[in-house]
Design a protein around this ligand. Structure first.
Ligand code: ADP
Length: 496
């Protein structure tokens, strides 16, 4: 394909400007990869007040954003570029909404006006296109925060010539958060109450923005294939499973890429020694330095199991806690890095104090330690209850650190289970999130390390050769973009 598309990508967080999760990684990396494929991409996000504007340019003139009964809100717009690229990024500056400490919440409480804050962002992104004369072929919204955009394209802006070519794509990064609000948002969107019905936006007499976005987008994508099929079930659909099933014909799974410039043992400057698939000697140094750093005995005769991630239910931390006694009896060492739920922080710190010969933890967010754990561990534990894509297991593969995962979402899509007959595979998987299943799978991996080193080494090689890059992911999105444009044109043609 060589037609160059105009693509508008809007997101509530974008790396490196603001990040709470994987959404920010995608919004920071995908636009650059699309640009490399020859497309014109612009990105829009809020100007949170943690973002320094010194290197940004303030566009001339305030931008009006119509907010229904509240009238027109006037905002500033800063322009910058995504790092090491020519992809423009626009920051919507409106102090009343974004001049706060948090992105979505403070001290565990969501901001009460999150509906207006992100309906405003969605509309501001549309208004920005008009202001700078950008006529999008594709409007790409992400999660509930910007899910109103496909709706706005089909309603409030249906007759606006700036958007006459625009088809819409909505990416779901996490189904758990749907943007459930008071129904008055209909007036703020200025879309008419006929859209307040159970097939579009309504749920329990309130608004569900993700639901409305799913109904109106020309395509809906998830960040892995398996997750696309899982969200059709009650376990993963968080109440929207029937709605997803209704729209399954336009649902696609496209696996995220990872940034191999940052996460490769050959070049990683944060690890004690570099190594590669052909010379693994540095990995042994990484292991002993990691043991030293965490105060564990420097032993090369036991496997080291690492964990990095949010201490949240999603990540299976209750499962780990419920299995801890069994895990501590294995001939292995365990290191956990994370922060989140207070009970878990306390629990894992206590285990570390009581079993300092085999278990260590660091409570907090520390990127250097995350790199050291990926590089120095033999095995990586990621028993998530659900995982739309997951990054850490992919980083682990790159360092020859074999993941132990629950076979869900992106974990299932990226990890090949060990086959003891052939020695192939890149990790160890289990299906049901029970302590028993977790224990036996960890034990299986530890036994393989002790008893079948040739297989373990073969798996490490296979893992290190696996590649999940952004070019591949961007080509997946490009295919969806062309399909939705074609379908929209065909529909218009047939309607004439
Ligand atoms: P999620 O987006 O659901 O939190 P992912 O696996 O997709 O999970 O991405 C998590 C990212 O955050 C990874 O880059 C991981 O290294 C990083 N991370 C999570 N917790 C920590 C921590 N305590 N210290 C350093 N990095 C962390």
């Amino acid at each position: 394909m060589n037609k160059s598309l105009n693509i508008l990508i809007a997101a509530s967080e974008v790396v490196p400007f603001a990040k709470t999760g994987g959404l920010a990684d995608v919004a920071g990396a995908l636009p650059k990869a699309l640009k490399k494929l020859g497309h014109n991409v612009i990105v829009v996000m809020p100007r949170y007040y943690s973002i320094d504007t010194a290197e940004l340019t303030l566009l001339e003139g305030a931008m009006g954003v119509p907010m229904g009964p509240m009238g027109e809100f006037w905002s500033g717009v800063y322009e910058g570029a995504l790092p090491n690229s020519e992809v423009p990024i626009y920051f919507i500056d409106y102090e009343t909404f974004y001049g706060r400490k948090g992105l979505y919440e403070e001290d565990g409480f969501s901001y009460a006006d999150n509906d207006n804050r992100f309906l405003f962002l969605s509309k501001a992104a549309m208004q920005l296109c008009k202001k700078i004369g950008f006529k999008p072929d594709i409007i790409h919204a992400n999660d509930w925060h910007t899910a109103a955009m496909p709706l706005l394209r089909n309603t409030r802006y249906a007759w606006d010539e700036t958007f006459e070519n625009a088809a819409t794509v909505l990416t779901i990064h996490n189904m758990q958060h749907q943007g459930y609000f008071f129904k008055g948002g209909i007036d703020v969107m200025e879309i008419g109450w006929e859209h307040f019905n159970p097939h579009e936006l309504e749920i329990h007499d309130g608004l569900n923005l993700l639901k409305g976005g799913i109904a109106h987008a020309d395509a809906v994508t998830t960040v892995s294939r398996k997750y696309a099929s899982e969200i059709k079930t009650p376990e993963f659909g968080f109440g929207l499973q029937e709605h997803i099933k209704t729209h399954a014909h336009k649902l696609y799974g496209i696996l995220n890429g990872v940034d191999y410039e940052e996460w490769s043992p050959e070049v990683d400057p944060m690890i004690p020694a570099n190594f590669s698939v052909d010379d693994m000697s540095g990995k042994a140094i990484c292991k002993s330095e990691l043991q030293k750093r965490f105060g564990l005995p420097e032993r090369d005769d036991v496997p080291l199991i690492g964990f990095v991630g949010r201490f949240a239910e999603q990540k299976g931390i209750e499962l780990i806690a419920d299995t801890i006694e069994g895990l501590l009896h294995l001939d292995a060492q365990i290191i956990m890095l994370g922060t989140g739920e207070k009970w878990a922080e306390g629990f894992f710190s206590k285990v570390a104090a009581q079993h300092s010969d085999r278990f260590a933890s660091f409570i907090g967010y520390n990127n250097e330690l995350a790199h050291m754990i990926e590089a120095g561990s033999d095995l990586f534990l990621m028993p998530s209850l659900f995982e739309p894509c997951g990054l850490n297991q992919i980083y682990s593969l790159s360092y020859g650190t074999l993941p132990i995962v629950r076979a869900t979402g992106g974990l299932d899509d990226t990890i090949e289970n060990y086959d003891p007959h052939t020695g192939s595979g890149t990790g160890f998987k289990f299906d049901y999130p029970t302590p028993d299943a977790l224990y036996h799978t960890v034990r299986w991996s530890v036994d393989t390390w002790h008893q079948n080193r040739p297989h373990f080494h073969a798996m490490q090689r296979e893992a290190m050769y696996a590649r999940f890059d952004w070019e591949q992911a961007a080509k997946g999105y490009e295919t969806v973009y062309f399909k939705v444009l074609f379908d929209r044109k065909a529909k218009e043609f047939l309607a004439d």
